[in-house]
Design a protein around this ligand. Sequence first.
Ligand code: G16
Ligand code: MG
Length: 221
Amino acid sequence: MKAVIFDLDGVIADTARFHFIAWQQLAADLGIVIDEAFNEELKGISRSESLERILIHGNQSDRYSEGELAVFANKKNEVYLELISSLSEKDILPGITAFLDELATADIRIALASASRNGPFILDKLGLSDRFETIVDPSGLKAGKPAPDIYLAAAAQLGLNAGDCVGVEDALAGVQAINAANMVSIAVGDAQELAEADHIFSSTALLDLETIQGVWEAAHH
Ligand code: G16
Ligand code: MG
C-alpha cells in the first residue's frame, strides 16, 4: 500500500450540508422541493449531474436550454461559495489531521479525488493544501463517480498502479468508483448504506492506518 486517495466532501470536511442548502435554495427558485434523503443521492455527484437529477426529481428535465442550465449551476455555486467562505481548520472532520499525520510518518502518499471543482479552495481554507501531493481536476474527466475515472487519474498522477492505492469515501457512488478502479475501498459512515466497501468505519475519528493496511494486505493475497 503506497498511497491513500481521499474524497473531500464528507471525509475531510462536512461540506455536504452546505451543498444541500445551496441546492435547496436553487430548487425552491424553480418550484422544486428537495429533502435530506434526496440530498444523499447527490453525494459525490458532479454539479451539472446534480442539477440534472434535481430537475428530473421536479419533473422539469428537458425544459431548459444549456445556457439556462449553466446559469442555474452558477447560481448554486455562488450560494455555496458564500456558505463555505468562513470554513477554517476547525471544520476539519474529527481524526483527519491525526490520520494525515500518521500517513506522512509512514511515508504513504496522499492525493485528493473530489468531484468538487472547489476542492483546492476548500483544502486551502482548511489549511490542508500542503498535505496533498496531488489533486485531480474533475473538470477534465469523461465520467464522474461511480465511474472509476477520478481514482484512476489520481493513481496516474501519483505514478502508481491502482493496486498500490486505497480510496476513502463517504458516499456510495464514491465507494463504487474506488471498487471500479480496482482499489481497496474504505468507507466512512453508515454500514448498511456503504456495504459495498472493503471496510467501513462509522466515523472519520476511527480511521486507523493499521486496520487499513490489514484490509489492503488481505485483498492482495
Ligand atoms: C462533491 C459533493 C457533491 C458535489 C460535487 C461537486 O463530491 O459530494 O455533492 O455536487 O462535489 O461539487 P462542486 O459543485 O463544488 O464542484 P466529493 O467527491 O468531494 O464528495
Ligand atoms: Mg464525499
